[in-house]
Design a protein around this ligand. Structure first.
Ligand SMILES: [Zn+2]
Length: 93
């Protein structure tokens, strides 16, 4: 489940009380913002996003380059594209 960073967390669509920490399909309907309590009713946990309050941590160039090289060695194109982002892959190899 991929982390999504938000300045403020939305309120849970199910109980309307707690801060939601997931944006994922709900067992009894479409996608919903869900708190940890309401998430137990939800089917596959691999689908959706985990909501994290705050700013996304900035990855250092050293970590990014190491990650890119590892992804290339494993032919892991999804990770590779995520690490390169809008950048130019030739800057990292
Ligand atoms: Zn809830």
């Amino acid at each position: 489940m991929k982390d999504v960073y938000k300045e403020t967390l939305p309120v849970c669509d199910i109980c309307k009380k707690e801060d939601a920490i997931y944006d994922a399909p709900y067992a009894h309907g479409p996608w919903a913002f869900q708190c940890s309590g309401c998430m137990t009713d939800h089917v596959p946990t691999s689908i959706g996003f985990k909501l994290v309050k705050g700013e996304e941590p900035v990855m250092s160039d050293t970590d990014r380059i190491a990650g890119i090289h590892e992804a290339m060695n494993k032919w892991d194109m999804d990770t590779l594209m995520e690490l390169v982002g809008d950048g130019d892959i030739t800057e990292y190899i």
